[in-house]
Design a protein around this ligand. Structure first.
Ligand code: ADP
Ligand code: MG
Length: 384
């Protein structure tokens, strides 16, 4: 409410009469990591932290944009050569351009926006920003673009205007997010299904502990992991032509090619095949309301990411080990790895002791404090 009010006051001061309010959300992914490019499942949900904007047509062919968080304004036209200099404005410019490329109309507008997704912490503030504007522009111009295409508008914005070759999960979660629900997305077929997820009602909380480190290995290691996955899939394809992606493979089929591929590729593939199954097991557990089993899956994912896929780091393993020691229900590294957050499912009565211990012990060991974000699964892109 406070953010909405601040935006509105600024909008009145900058542009006179008020406009329409829209909001969108960042996301978490409960389980299903490094599965997207292997054609497997991911299991994200939108969170109670997002981007909000007030927006109104201005009768010109220009966009006037004000970022409350950066206390900065910019204006740009809607042609390809009008790309603004400010990095933060390119997300909005990109969304306009990608809408136009899809045949949508984008009339000039004024907008003030702000957000509370921590930047670069793995909660996808950029997807929140894109989906907020993709949704608002579509609604105001009555373009009738469906939600999946709105998510793709966000993804193409990252690819074509922000230099980030991301998958579809973040924008998908931000567009499709629904309060009290996680969404299982099949990254191969793009079929999806909602699963009720209300840890609060069952006596749990979701909390992220942000290690605030980003190890430099990330992008070269990512490419190597992808190559290992493709290599393992190709080896199995010889006996099993249906293996288009690693997610199509069975554990037994991997054993068959063990001697034919480097041990490293075997371990990477073992993780991915296990992880695809874990998403399904996690969903089964949720349908039974069994948060303890779901939490155990998160620990298994962490183990796999740390020991088989080898994308964890000392800081994340430390946080995971502490969670296990304190009987936290579930804990794992979230995101690509080599830094960022652990996501933790913790019983309410354990929440404070765990968070206090994590902050204290992490700080003592690594010399800087981690950040703590409480998250509640909430609605994605919407008109307010
Ligand atoms: P993340 O993992 O949070 O998505 P990115 O680097 O992909 O991190 O995106 C962060 C960028 O998105 C910021 O540097 C900024 O340009 C833009 N952004 C996100 N939130 C805001 C905001 N509230 N106000 C202005 N720009 C924002
Ligand atoms: Mg991002």
């Amino acid at each position: 409410m406070e953010m909405q009010n601040k935006i509105h006051q600024k909008f009145l001061a900058c542009f006179g009469e008020g406009g329409t309010m829209y909001a969108s959300a960042g996301r978490v992914n409960l389980i299903g990591e490094h599965t997207d490019y292997n054609g497997g499942y991911v299991f994200p949900g939108a969170i109670d932290k997002g981007i909000m904007t007030e927006i109104k047509f201005n009768g010109t062919d220009k966009v006037n944009l004000y970022s409350l968080d950066y206390d900065a304004a910019t204006s740009f036209g809607l042609a390809e050569e009008d790309k603004p200099a400010e990095a933060w404005a390119r997300y909005v410019f990109g969304v306009c351009r990608e809408t136009i490329k899809r045949g949508g109309k984008v009339a000039g507008f004024d907008a003030v926006f702000a957000g509370d997704v921590p930047l670069g912490a793995g909660l996808s503030s950029s997807a929140a920003l894109e989906s907020c504007f993709a949704f608002a522009i579509n609604d105001l111009n009555q373009n009738g673009i469906d939600k999946f295409e709105l998510a793709k508008i966000g993804q193409s914005t990252e690819h074509n205007y922000c230099g980030v070759k991301c998958g579809i999960m973040d924008q998908f979660a931000s567009c499709f997010g629904k309060k009290g629900n996680l969404i299982r997305l099949n990254c191969k077929t793009l079929e999806y299904k909602y699963f009720p997820f209300d840890p609060e009602a069952a006596g749990y909380k979701l909390v992220l502990i942000d290690s605030c480190v980003k190890h430099e290995l990330a992008s070269s290691a990512y490419n190597k992991r992808r190559a290992s996955c493709e290599n393992a899939a190709a080896a199995m394809r010889k006996n099993h032509p249906d293996v288009e992606f690693l997610s199509d493979a069975k554990r037994l089929w991997l054993e068959e090619v063990r001697a034919d591929i480097p041990e490293e590729d075997f371990l990477r593939a073992e993780y991915v095949i296990g992880e695809v199954q874990r998403v399904l097991d996690f969903c089964d557990a949720l349908e039974r309301g069994d948060y303890e089993t779901a939490g155990e899956m998160m620990y298994q994912t962490h183990f796999g990411m740390s020991k088989l896929y080898e994308v964890s780091c000392e800081e994340l393993d430390f946080l995971n080990k502490l969670a296990r020691k304190m009987d936290v229900t579930g804990s794992r590294v979230m995101g690509g790895g080599f830094g960022g957050c652990t996501i933790n499912l913790v019983k309410k009565e354990l929440y404070k002791p765990f968070v206090d211990a994590a902050v204290e012990q992490f700080t003592a060991k690594f010399g800087h404090a981690p950040k703590v974000y409480d998250v509640v699964i909430s609605d994605g892109a919407r008109k307010l």
